[in-house]
Design a protein around this ligand. Structure first.
Ligand code: SF4
Ligand code: SF4
Length: 370
C-alpha cells in the first residue's frame, strides 16, 4: 500500500465546501464494455439516501456548483436522477447548478434527452473501441446519437473514447472524425486492464504520430482544445483533491472523497485502507479521512520497482492512485504497463508541444524523457 507518511490528524481547515457532488446511481450496467474495471452489482441509490444526503451534507453544500451522476450505467436509475435535479431546484431555487452524466448512451430515449436538455446537462458518452471494431453499426449509431445530442442547445456533449490493442488501429482516425464533427471535448482513454503486447505498443506510437500531424494541421489559428490531456500539458504535481472540493454518495449510502475511491473500495471491500478513506455515510458523515486523500501525491506512488519521485516525468504524469489501484489492487501502485503507456503519451505530447512552438507549455525548463 502507498506510503502515507503524512498526517493522521484531521485538519478542519481542509473541510472546505463541496463544489462537485456525485451520486453513484448504481453499480449495475446493461453492457459489458471491454475496458471496464468496475465491480458489477445490483445496488441502486434509494430515494431515502438522496434525501438524507442533501439534508445531512447541507453545511458543506453551500458553494455547490456541479451535481454529477455516475454508475455503472446511471440511466438505469433515471427516476433517481430526476429526483436529485428536482430536489436541488427546490433546495436552491435560482442557483445555477451544472448537471452532468456519464453514460453508454443506450438508454437515451427522446424524453430523457429532452429532460437533459431542459436542465442543461453535460453528457459524456462513453465509446467502446472494441465494439466499434467488432459490431456492425455501433460506430454509426453512436455518431447519430452525438448528432442528435448536438441538436439540443441545452446539452453540452463530450466523448470518452476508450481503445485497447483490438481497436487501436482506428484510434487516430476516430479522434479526427470526432473533432471534425465538433462533438465537444474528446477524452482519449486507454484500456489498462491488460499488458499491451509489443506490436500494440508500436502501433500506439504510430497512432500518436498520426494524431500529432493532424492536430498540428487542424489547430493552426484555432484556440480550441478538442483533445485535453494530449494537446495541452498541465504541470504540477498531482495531489488528490478527493473530499476537499468533491464528494461522492455511493448506492449503499456510504460517502467517499471521489467516485474513483468508491470504485476502488467497491472492488476491494476488504482492503485495510477502507477505514481511512470512507467518509462515513449519509446518516453520519465523518470528515476525518479527508487528510488521507490529500496525502496522495504522485511523488509517493510507485511503478514496478521504481518510485515516481525519481522519475523525470513526475510533475507531468497524472495517474489517479485509485484508478491504478483498480488494476494493481493497491492504492498508488501503478502497474508497469500503465506507466509505460503514460510515458508514451508524455513523449508524444512533448513532441507535439515542441512542434507547436510552445515547448512544454508551462513556461518551465523542459525536462528530458528518461
Ligand atoms: S486523484 Fe483520483 S481519487 Fe483523487 S480526486 Fe483525482 S480522480 Fe479522484
Ligand atoms: S511515468 Fe511512470 S514512473 Fe514516471 S511518474 Fe508516471 S507512473 Fe511514475
Amino acid at each position: 500500500m502507498i506510503n502515507t507518511r503524512t498526517v493522521d490528524i484531521p485538519d478542519p481547515a481542509r473541510e472546505r465546501k463541496v463544489k462537485t457532488l456525485t451520486f453513484a446511481i448504481t453499480d449495475d450496467c446493461n453492457l459489458q464494455c471491454c475496458f471496464c474495471v468496475q465491480k458489477r452489482g445490483k445496488q441502486y441509490l434509494s430515494r431515502k439516501t438522496v434525501r438524507l444526503a442533501l439534508e445531512n451534507l447541507r453545511g458543506r453544500l453551500q458553494d455547490l456548483e456541479i451535481v454529477s451522476f455516475y454508475g455503472g450505467e446511471p440511466l438505469l436509475g433515471f427516476d433517481r436522477i430526476r429526483q436529485v435535479v428536482f430536489a436541488c431546484r427546490e433546495r436552491w431555487p435560482g442557483k445555477n447548478i451544472a448537471y452532468s452524466v456519464t453514460t453508454n448512451g443506450t438508454l437515451l430515449t427522446p424524453d430523457r434527452i429532452a429532460f437533459l436538455d431542459r436542465h442543461r446537462f453535460a453528457v459524456t458518452l462513453s465509446l467502446d473501441g472494441n465494439r466499434g471494431v467488432e459490431e456492425t453499426g455501433y460506430w454509426s449509431d453512436r455518431m447519430e446519437l452525438l448528432r442528435v445530442l448536438g441538436n439540443h442547445e441545452g446539452i453540452q456533449s463530450s466523448v470518452n473514447l476508450v481503445v485497447g490493442p483490438v481497436s487501436l488501429h482506428r484510434w487516430s482516425g476516430w479522434v479526427q472524425e470526432l473533432i471534425e464533427k465538433k462533438v465537444g471535448t474528446v477524452w482519449a482513454v486507454m484500456d489498462i486492464r491488460e499488458v499491451w503486447d509489443p506490436a500494440s505498443v508500436s502501433r500506439l506510437n504510430r497512432e500518436y504520430g498520426q494524431l500529432t500531424d493532424y492536430l498540428l494541421k487542424a489547430g493552426k489559428g484555432s484556440t480550441e482544445d478538442p483533445l485535453p490531456g494530449f494537446s495541452h500539458r498541465q504541470a504540477g504535481l498531482l495531489v488528490c483533491s478527493g473530499g476537499e472540493d468533491r464528494l461522492t454518495v455511493a448506492p449503499s449510502g456510504t460517502l467517499w472523497g471521489c467516485h474513483l475511491t468508491w470504485d476502488f473500495f467497491h472492488r476491494y471491500p476488504g482492503h485495510p485502507g477502507r477505514k481511512d478513506f470512507q467518509l462515513g455515510n449519509v446518516e453520519n458523515p465523518d470528515w476525518t479521512g479527508i487528510s488521507r486523500y490529500h496525502s496522495l501525491k504522485q511523488c509517493y506512488f510507485s511503478a514496478g520497482e521504481r518510485f515516481c519521485v525519481n522519475c523525470p516525468q513526475v510533475k507531468y504524469c497524472y495517474i489517479c492512485p485509485f484508478t491504478a489501484g483498480l488494476v494493481s489492487g493497491e492504492i498508488g501502485v501503478i502497474p508497469p504497463h500503465l506507466c509505460r503507456l503514460e510515458k508514451i503519451r508524455l513523449l508524444h505530447q512533448d513532441q507535439l508541444l515542441v512542434r507547436k512552438g510552445t515547448a512544454n507549455g508551462d513556461g518551465e525548463n523542459r525536462q528530458r524523457h528518461g
